[in-house]
Design a protein around this ligand. Structure first.
Ligand SMILES: C[S@@+](CC[C@H](N)C(=O)[O-])C[C@H]1O[C@@H](n2cnc3c(N)ncnc32)[C@H](O)[C@@H]1O
Length: 334
């Protein structure tokens, strides 16, 4: 499945008068306390409005923000060719907003409010929701005021995970993040060419100029990654595969891991590790299969120790251990 993404288009943020100019390091207006923490600060980022920056070294796996939705409403109906029927949401949003405390209402209203030309008559509550909402599971969308300050990158350093179990969203470091580095997540599926990604991001009102967007090699590699995943996923479900095909698929899966690691696409690593594990298993190499499944588990557990994906992988590793044990038993005892 694709990584978590914001649900509605987002655009230029007008709140960047708050905070400090990160380039000069000069303090301007202090931000409200809720916008910062001991490990990150919300600051002005040239060309991006506000953004979230690490105030200290954050090791891989750090939970940077864990946040419950301030407000959550049912997802509007999607009409083919027209998009979401946002207007249908108005009553729900107004009712939910009314139920918030004055302080909560203020933190909602402070968020970026993007309006497309022609949106002038739209309710402010709706345009803020559209500019900042992430899904909150079960066909609902919500506002996470802290997470809403995080900008997009096509090579994000952080993952964005909705915990169904705990009903909160978690932003966690895919890799070590240096002090002063901007925390980024992805708003869109990333296994696309630069052109396709920019077409998707157009609705958010900016053109991404991250390092991946400046590299045609990266663009080609992503298309190749996407095609490879498709081939492997087709084959992995086939009950009978010739030994030669399994060898070929295993080589493809190993290459897939290399490509995804080189592209630093944390969101897709667990899938690549899983495919590699399964083709090792189908080759009969349970020890290697376990090694790759353990890497898969590690990726899932960065977000949440006992997520559904993590638990499924633990079961898979248990099954592999059982097979390994059976193989070690003397034949007559089986
Ligand atoms: C929800 S806001 C993210 C935080 C926002 N910068 C703020 O000031 O609140 C999304 C908006 O941030 C800006 N943004 C996000 N990622 C960006 C990027 N990589 N480059 C330029 N602008 C970006 C765009 O204006 C986008 O519509």
């Amino acid at each position: 499945c694709e990584p978590s993404q914001p649900v509605f288009p987002r655009h230029v943020c007008d709140a960047d008068l708050l905070g400090r100019d990160w380039n000069s390091g000069m303090k301007t207006l202090p931000l409200p306390l809720q916008n910062s923490s001991s490990i990150y600060d919300v600051v002005s980022i040239p060309g991006k409005g506000l953004g979230v920056v690490a105030t200290k070294f954050l090791p891989r796996g750090t939970k940077i923000i864990v946040e419950e939705a301030l407000l959550s409403v049912p997802m509007p109906e999607m009409v083919s060719g027209q998009g979401f029927r946002i207007a249908d949401m108005l009553t729900n949003v107004e009712n939910s907003f009314e139920a918030l405390s004055p302080q909560q209402q203020q933190s909602f209203l402070e968020l970026h409010d993007h309006r497309f030309t022609g949106d002038e008559d739209q309710s402010r509550l709706l345009t803020i929701l559209r500019s900042n909402a992430y899904n909150t599971g079960d066909d609902h969308v919500g506002i996470f005021p802290k997470i809403a300050r995080i900008n997009h990158s096509c090579k994000p350093n952080s993952g964005n995970f909705w915990s169904k179990k705990k009903s909160h969203r978690i932003i966690y470091a895919f890799r070590d993040i240096e002090e002063g580095e901007e925390i980024t997540v992805s708003y869109i599926p990333l296994l696309k060419s630069i052109q396709e990604r920019h077409a998707r991001l157009y609705q958010y009102g900016f053109t991404c100029d991250c390092s991946a967007c400046q590299s045609s090699e990266s663009s080609m590699r992503r298309t190749k990654i996407s095609n490879t995943i498709e081939i492997l996923e087709q084959k992995v479900h086939l009950q009978t595969l010739k030994d030669r095909t399994i060898e070929k698929m295993l080589a493809k899966a190993t290459n897939l891991v290399d490509m995804i690691e080189n592209e630093e696409l944390g969101d897709y690593l667990a899938k690549a590790y899983h495919l590699t594990a399964v083709f090792h298993e189908r080759k009969g190499d349970v020890v290697e299969a376990k090694k790759w499944a353990t890497k898969e588990l590690d990726m899932y557990q960065l977000a949440e120790l006992h997520s559904m994906d993590a638990l499924t992988t633990i079961e898979y590793i248990d099954d592999l251990s059982m097979t390994e044990m059976m193989k070690l038993l003397p034949k007559k005892e089986i």
